[in-house]
Design a protein around this ligand. Structure first.
Ligand SMILES: NC(=O)c1ccc[n+]([C@@H]2O[C@H](COP(=O)([O-])OP(=O)(O)OC[C@H]3O[C@@H](n4cnc5c(N)ncnc54)[C@H](OP(=O)(O)O)[C@@H]3O)[C@@H](O)[C@H]2O)c1
Length: 265
């Protein structure tokens, strides 16, 4: 029988924005059951035990919603299908999917094709397949399903062409291209589910420039010095989206921004 709780699945949730979102969702309501997706079960369990031990001291208060760890490597089709089977057998449905796992290839000397292939495998192909495989479970939701693709302002074609954009000096072509593809994926999902007569809420989301491990743990200090924000900021915005408080922004055309409104595609 389908669970009465709101089941939210977050990929790449043992670190950074994903982990903060697990924490913020659990603090927001006892009605959530959060599936903390991690490609390494050990890293997932470690992250969960850390937030369990620190949550009481966090301004957001104690954990109310329940959390379990689920293995998911979005670059591995078998792992994607196994995660879907487990969600089906344990909960019988899914209410919200946050495609958050993502990478930037920072290895020195990585050639262009390798960089593009690795980046697209994780940032585009995995989320596309995962969403497709989870569709039958989202159809079993007794609520309005949410599909949130964690993208980036760096994937905005409009901002790339804006001579005043604050991140104009960041090249990162493979990453930018992958997030632009993710944005089109969000647009296609939104269109397809509307055409099917489903009221699902779909968006591409910009979490802003945050202090996380995205460009390596050793780069966190550099991010902090450059004014990057705490991962708690996009986490709180993601909670609002899942709670339906940002539906007005989701109805607009563009990348839903953490601070409200949208960025240009
Ligand atoms: N931080 C920013 O400034 C920023 C800005 C714009 C957009 N974003 C986006 O925000 C999302 C979250 O990134 P973050 O900043 O929180 O970085 P992070 O701390 O590095 O977290 C990324 C997460 O993705 C996981 N991951 C990587 N490859 C995976 C795979 N193949 N399968 C499953 N999980 C995988 C990582 O797992 P491991 O720990 O095992 O590596 C980690 O849990 C990404 O999509 C990123 O592009 C971030």
């Amino acid at each position: 029988m389908a669970s009465e709780k709101t089941i939210v699945f977050i990929t790449g949730a043992n670190s950074g924005i994903g982990l903060e979102t697990v924490l913020a969702l659990s603090q927001a309501s006892p009605d959530f059951h959060i599936l903390l997706g991690a490609r390494s079960i050990e890293r997932g369990e470690k992250a969960l035990s850390e937030i369990r031990s620190s949550a009481a001291a966090h301004p957001g208060g104690p954990l109310k919603g329940t959390i379990s760890v689920i293995q998911i490597d979005v670059s591995d089709e078998a792992s994607i299908r196994a995660a879907a089977s487990r969600i089906e057998s344990d909960y019988g449905k899914l209410d919200a999917l946050i495609n958050n796992a993502g990478i930037v290839v920072t290895r020195p000397g990585c050639d262009t094709l390798t960089n593009l292939r690795e980046t697209f495998e994780t940032n585009v192909f995995g989320p596309m397949l995962l969403t497709e495989v989870l569709e039958p479970l989202l159809k079993k939701s007794n609520k309005t399903p949410y599909i949130i693709h964690v993208s980036s302002g760096l994937g905005s074609v409009g901002l790339r062409l804006d001579p005043d954009d604050q991140y104009k000096g960041v090249r990162a072509e493979a990453y930018r291209m992958s997030k632009a593809a993710m944005n089109m994926m969000a647009a296609c999902h939104g269109y397809n589910y509307r055409a099917e007569g489903l009221g699902w809420k779909v968006c591409a989301f910009n979490p802003g420039y945050c202090v996380t491990n995205l460009t390596g743990a050793e780069d966190r200090e550099n991010r902090t010095q450059k004014g990057a924000r705490p991962a708690r900021d996009p986490a709180e915005a993601l909670v609002e989206i899942v709670q339906g408080k940002r539906d007005g922004d989701l109805a607009m055309s563009g990348i839903v921004d953490l601070d409200g409104g949208v960025l240009p595609w």
